[in-house]
Design a protein around this ligand. Structure first.
Ligand code: FUB
Length: 446
């Protein structure tokens, strides 16, 4: 495809589908969990589970409730396009359409076809527990055609498929422990007897296997209940089916208490990333989860540095977008609160509340165009009135704008000329000067 056609197809897809921009969590207009992320043809595709709240007659209250899968794509890890539903419990011939248990999926490409793997309980008369099905498409975003039957020989959840350098495909899944087998080249049938993978901690639930290879080392990543809730760990091997050797913790247990976590790892444009989930948009019910991403780094010896979850996440934010400073990279020790804009509709997102002199938040990696003059605008309110200083490259750094917020109870858009318009990718700091209480939804530069 020529560059012009690629550009046109991106514009068309942005107009036709839902375009979303977010830091962490990545998708903020619906719940997403169990991210399996792939790079296909230079684009990042996110295949998550789709949590929904159970309602009478639809799913079990207080438990996971999932009836379908969406796929999302991104060229830059900041802007995501929702391509809509690709597989639903109502369209899989063998699946129980009343189960609401379309758990963690995966997708892989082979010879120009895309194979989407998903666990689900079968209709009555079929195998008990979870089976794993496959749906096939010619494009990463579908349309996907579900196969008439699940894969024979697999009973469990959280399928993960990898194709090794020699072309051999492997499928992994979980059933308390982690299991694996070879797949035939049709990607639909097992080519070897399933084996229980060895080398992981004996005690505690393990699920969500996700294998990747780097420099000849096979990394098996997985959530594990080492204590009370899941944390992310990894083990390594020189063979896709092990035995593996426990290598450490990728991410500690969620500080908000989300019981599950679930991960995938990709390299995109020479940077490695961990995708995982937490309960950001549903802090009181951890079965309605949201997908996040953070950068992942290897040590010289091939071990992975433990990842600290951030709100800022990954990717570069254009200065002309609404910059959600509540997804900060750093903040002052006190004087900053983050709150939902509307506790009855958490999909509205968050606001930053500055309530102490000199309180600040830093938001990294904002891309400024090459203009030499411009304006800042911000959605803001302040019951006391107050002044925010906006600076780059430090705290306070070089001040580029001052926002004088009049006293009032309502949100308004406050606008001011910039002292100077920076260029390139810069780190932004927003700081309260003097006394007062100022609430900010976003800031933007034009
Ligand atoms: O999303 C349902 C289940 O929760 C997944 O299959 C597990 O990995 C856990 O995240």
């Amino acid at each position: 495809m020529t560059d012009f056609k690629k550009c046109l197809s991106l514009i068309v897809s942005i107009l036709w589908f839902n375009s979303l921009m977010a830091q962490n969590p990545l998708i903020q207009n619906q719940f997403t969990a169990d991210p399996s992320v792939r790079v296909f043809n230079g684009k990042v595709y996110l295949y998550p589970s789709h949590d929904i709240p159970a309602t009478p007659g639809h799913g079990r209250a207080g438990w996971f409730c999932m009836q379908d899968y969406h796929v999302f794509s991104s060229l830059n890890l900041t802007d995501w396009i929702d391509h809509g539903v690709i597989v639903s419990q109502n369209t899989v011939p063998w699946a129980d359409s009343a189960a609401y248990s379309m758990w963690a999926p995966d997708c892989i490409e082979r010879a120009g076809k895309y194979y989407f793997y998903f666990p689900a309980p079968a209709k009555s008369g079929g195998p008990k527990g979870f089976s794993v099905g496959v749906a096939i498409a010619n494009k990463p975003y579908g349309p996907f055609v579900p196969q008439p039957l699940p894969i024979a020989g697999i009973h469990g959840i959280d399928p993960n498929v990898q194709i090794d350098k020699d072309g051999q495909a492997y499928i992994y899944w979980a059933q308390g422990n982690l299991y694996g087998a070879k797949l035939k080249t049709n990607m639909l049938e097992l080519a070897s007897e399933p084996v229980k993978l060895e080398g992981f901690p004996d005690k505690g639930l393990k699920e969500g296997p996700y294998l990747f290879e780097r420099k000849g080392i096979y990394y098996m990543t997985y959530p594990h209940v080492a204590d009370k809730i899941e944390r992310l760990e990894y083990a390594t091997s020189d063979n896709p089916l092990g035995p593996f050797k426990y290598a450490g913790v990728l991410m500690d247990e969620s500080t908000s208490g989300c019981w599950t976590n679930h991960q995938s790892v990709i390299e995109f444009k020479n940077q490695w990333y961990l995708f995982y989930h937490n309960d950001d948009l549903s802090p009181n019910f951890d079965k309605n989860r949201s997908v996040r991403a953070d950068s992942l780094f290897f040590n010289e010896d091939g071990t992975i540095r433990k990842i600290t979850p951030t709100l800022r996440g990954v990717g570069i934010t254009a200065s002309s977008e609404k910059i959600q400073i509540d997804r900060f990279s750093a903040k002052s020790a006190d004087g900053v609160e983050i709150a939902f804009l509307d506790t009855l509709n958490k999909f509205e997102g968050w606001e930053t509340i500055f309530n102490k002199t000199d309180a600040w938040v830093k938001y990294s990696s904002v891309f400024f165009g090459k203009k030499t003059a411009g304006h800042i605008s911000a959605k803001i309110r302040s019951v006391t009135g107050g002044v925010l200083l906006v600076s780059i490259d430090g705290k306070p750094g070089k001040v580029i704008a001052k926002l004088i917020i009049p006293k009032g109870n309502n949100w308004s858009i406050v606008k001011n000329a910039l002292v100077s318009m920076p260029g390139g990718v810069r780190n932004l700091t927003v700081q309260l000067t003097g006394e007062g209480r100022v609430e900010a939804d976003w800031v933007s530069f034009k």
